[in-house]
Each structure stands twice: as C-alpha cells, then as structure tokens.
Write a protein that binds this ligand. Sequence first.
Ligand code: ATP
Ligand code: ATP
Ligand code: MG
Ligand code: MG
Ligand code: MG
Ligand code: MG
Ligand code: MG
Length: 243
Amino acid sequence: MANSKYAYVRNYELSDSLLPGCFLVCRLDGHSFHKFSEEHGFAKPNDKRALELMDRAAMDVMTEYKDIVLAFGESDEFSFLLRRSTDLYNRRQAKILTALTSYFTSCYVFHWSKYFPDTPMRYPPSFDGRIVLYPDERSVRDYFAWRQVDTHINNLYNTVFWALVQQGGKTTAEAHATLSGTASAAKHEMLFQQFNINYNDISARYKRGSVLVQVKKARTMVEVLHCDIIRDEFWKARSYVLA
Ligand code: ATP
Ligand code: ATP
Ligand code: MG
Ligand code: MG
Ligand code: MG
Ligand code: MG
Ligand code: MG
C-alpha cells in the first residue's frame, strides 16, 4: 500500500502540529442541546443526571488520555487541559481533537442508560470541539476562571428564569423580559423575595460546575470536585497541574 503509484496523494495532507511548549485546551460543546435537553425531558434549570453523565464521559476520557491533567464541565460543555509537554499524536491538532471528541461522544452514549434508565435516546447527540493554545500559566488560569464565571452567571440567570416560569406562572417570553438588563444583586433579591430561594443554598455542582483532576500519586484516578478554581488555593494545592 505504502508505495503504490497513488501514494503521492499523501503529500496533499498539511501539517497541523501544535506549537511546542504551550498548554492545550480542548473544549467540547453539545450540538443543539437546547433541543436535545427538551426532547429528553431534562429538568430545568439543571438536570443532575445529565451533568453526572457529562462528568462520567469526561472521566473516561481522562482515564484513556493520561496527558489530560484537568477538566472543567458545565451545562453541555467540557474543557480538557493537556499538559504543556504532551506528545499525544505528535501534537497533531486534527488527531487530538477528533480522538477526544469522538471518544467523549461515544462514552456519553455508552453510559446514557445508566443515568437515564427511563428515557430512551431519541436520536444520536453530537459534540463540536476546538483546541486553543495557551502560552503560560496565567492564561490557563484565566481560561478556567472565565468558564467558571460563565457557569455562575448562567446559573444565576437560569435559576431566576425558571423560578419565574415554574413558580411565578410567567411565559418564557415574559420571564426573559423581566430579567433583561437586571444586575446580579437584583436577581438574588428577586429569588429571595418572590420565591424564598437563597442562592447561596444552591448546590455547588450548579454554581461552580465540575472540576476533574488527575490524582497525582495514582495516575489512573480522577477526582470530581465542585470547588472554586478562580482563586489561588486550588492551584497551589496541585502545582503539578500546571507543571
Ligand atoms: P450550540 O449547538 O450552538 O452549542 P446549544 O443549544 O447546545 O447550541 P448552548 O449554548 O451550548 O446551546 O447551551 C446548551 C443548552 O442545553 C442550555 O442552554 C440548556 O438549555 C441545555 N442544557 C445543557 N445541559 C443541561 C442540563 N444539565 N440541564 C438542563 N438543561 C441543560
Ligand atoms: P490506529 O489507531 O493507528 O488507526 P488501528 O489499529 O485502527 O490503529 P488501522 O491501520 O486503522 O489500525 O487498521 C485497522 C485495523 O482494524 C485493521 O488492520 C484490522 O485489523 C481491523 N479491522 C478493521 N475493520 C475490520 C473488519 N471489517 N474486519 C476485520 N478487521 C477489521
Ligand atoms: Mg484504518
Ligand atoms: Mg456551541
Ligand atoms: Mg451546545
Ligand atoms: Mg454550551
Ligand atoms: Mg484505525
């Protein structure tokens, strides 16, 4: 096969190797999960089973690809951090991205019935993916802070939104209109005054997302946390993550 007269077509393949020495972040996101979540009866604002299934798929990815030292998940997305010196697939972008995306997707489908025993899958879900290079620790930290702040902002919005709809009897259009332009403090106030919900009491899983980290001593183990990754504490306790 290697030396047929057709083999020259190989030369049309372009190199896509990622810069050495940079951290790789691969983010996957569910395709049209607004629809997928509705079609499969996800609880709103947060379906715990769906989040646990995402965590499970991510954990399998980290078990399979040991160069992923950290992952962060929220909603229908997961970000994977590969150590900066990784040599996975000779750092070929397409190989890494397609392998991680397809493995994550098939684990999601593979484990579906354990998390949704009463809900048949009505059609196959898919995920898109991208890889972004970060040159230093600061930008990696800021990347993960960005995702966790996003989790918080979305969760606060969704919590009030669905309280207005489910308990306040508003239509989704009315709830959108009520919330448009409101500051965070006003949303906290609305939750407390109208629905007697103290935002601080809401599960850390929903407020902070899922942090999956390779346990240093046993490289095959992955820890699932719902902790702050914006401040220094998490990173200082795990200096190997950015090593
Ligand atoms: P795109 O294909 O552009 O990503 P999308 O419909 O997936 O479109 P996202 O911005 O990724 O849009 O948002 C994902 C949506 O999936 C959320 O807005 C929410 O409606 C739904 N969703 C995802 N996970 C959950 C969950 N655990 N519980 C409830 N709803 C969820
Ligand atoms: P890589 O991850 O590098 O692609 P690979 O093991 O998948 O490694 P390939 O060169 O892609 O290697 O070869 C696929 C192999 O899968 C074949 O060599 C064969 O052993 C097996 N295989 C694939 N399809 C079939 C099939 N229909 N029947 C029997 N064996 C198959
Ligand atoms: Mg092949
Ligand atoms: Mg998207
Ligand atoms: Mg999506
Ligand atoms: Mg999303
Ligand atoms: Mg093959």
